[in-house]
Design a protein around this ligand. Structure first.
Ligand SMILES: [Zn+2]
Length: 312
């Protein structure tokens, strides 16, 4: 099942954030898939939003206050050098768009529990930590969805399988001491956090970290399989797996800070096929969120996997 809503895809560059690399990929993907898949596979989310209580299941009161009262500062810090001219009104719109995105992740996760597999054409803001957003991630939608569904007693144990090129350091920090949520992150060894920035929280370990050095891409799949097997060997089966399905490890990805991992289209497809098949065989529900993937053509990588997944 594919989960999508056009209101989530207002381009950020119309809101004062100059990331030309971002992003109409969800819309392109949706338009493409619409002509190839059964329309019943698409689910349009309602557009409710998260409450402050939901957000505070993950984020600190201090950060929530800042985000609500002074979003310009929060948004500027999160999007780093990409939005120097941001005004209050644009910051509010960016913030509210992100809140909707995160609500979509929650709804999609709930549906994944019901249907077994949902691909959400959005979400994956894995760098946001308890006390602040960073790296284009204003809040951590994955963590909010998990905590909210734990609160509603829909899930207890969740695994996050994060295959974005950048380490899922926000999720690692948030769930560091949570015995019910295991985090696996396979990512480029160097380049994140951005060179020269000291932030020890970025180095908080995931349950399993698999750093891939530049030039070691040939071992990527083998190392991922070893990591997943280690989770399976050492922990009881989770209620749900959330796959943070970043495609920015692609060799043609256009984001400079992702260029230390260079996987081919075929490797990315095999990666996702392996994850999907493994957890499907174990009858563990799976939610996929898009995370990073930058440039004109990244949507095609998602399309390859989604088309395949709907046929098996
Ligand atoms: Zn990334």
């Amino acid at each position: 099942m594919i989960y999508y809503h056009s209101a989530l895809n207002k381009p950020l560059n119309s809101l004062g954030i100059d990331i030309s690399l971002s992003d109409q990929r969800a819309e392109k993907l949706f338009n493409y898939l619409q002509h190839r898949c059964q329309i019943s596979n698409f689910l349009t989310p309602s557009l409710d939003s998260l409450t402050h209580n939901d957000l505070e299941l993950v984020h600190s009161k201090r950060y929530m206050r800042e985000l609500l009262e002074n979003p310009v500062e929060s948004v500027q810090r999160c999007y780093e050098g990409y939005c120097s001219k941001l005004n209050q009104q644009d910051a509010v719109m960016v913030r509210d768009k992100v809140f909707l995105q995160a609500y979509g992740t929650y709804e999609a996760m709930k549906h994944a529990m019901q249907y077994g597999f949902v691909y959400y054409l959005g979400g994956g803001m894995h760098h946001a930590m308890r006390d602040g957003g960073r790296g284009f991630c204003l809040i951590n939608d994955i963590a909010i969805a998990i905590r909210k569904l734990q609160h509603e007693k829909v899930v207890y144990n969740v695994w996050i399988i994060d295959v974005d090129a950048h380490k899922g350091d926000g999720s690692a920090e948030i769930f560091n001491e949570d015995p019910n949520v295991k985090t696996l992150s396979i990512h480029m060894q160097n380049g994140w956090p951005l060179d020269g920035r000291e932030d020890s929280r970025s180095f908080i370990s995931s349950s399993i970290d698999i750093p891939i050095a530049s030039g070691e891409e040939g071992n990527y799949l083998k190392l991922l399989e070893k990591g997943v097997e280690s989770l399976l060997d050492n922990h009881s089966k989770p209620d749900l797996v959330c796959v943070v399905d970043g495609m920015d490890g692609w060799q043609e990805d256009e984001l400079e800070s992702a260029n230390q991992l260079n996987l081919s289209k075929q490797q990315l497809l095999e990666r996702d096929q392996y994850i999907f098949t493994t957890f499907k065989q174990l009858e563990i529900p799976q939610l996929y969120v898009m995370a990073g993937g930058y440039g004109e053509n990244s949507w095609q990588l998602y399309a390859s996997f989604i088309e395949w997944s709907l046929k098996v």
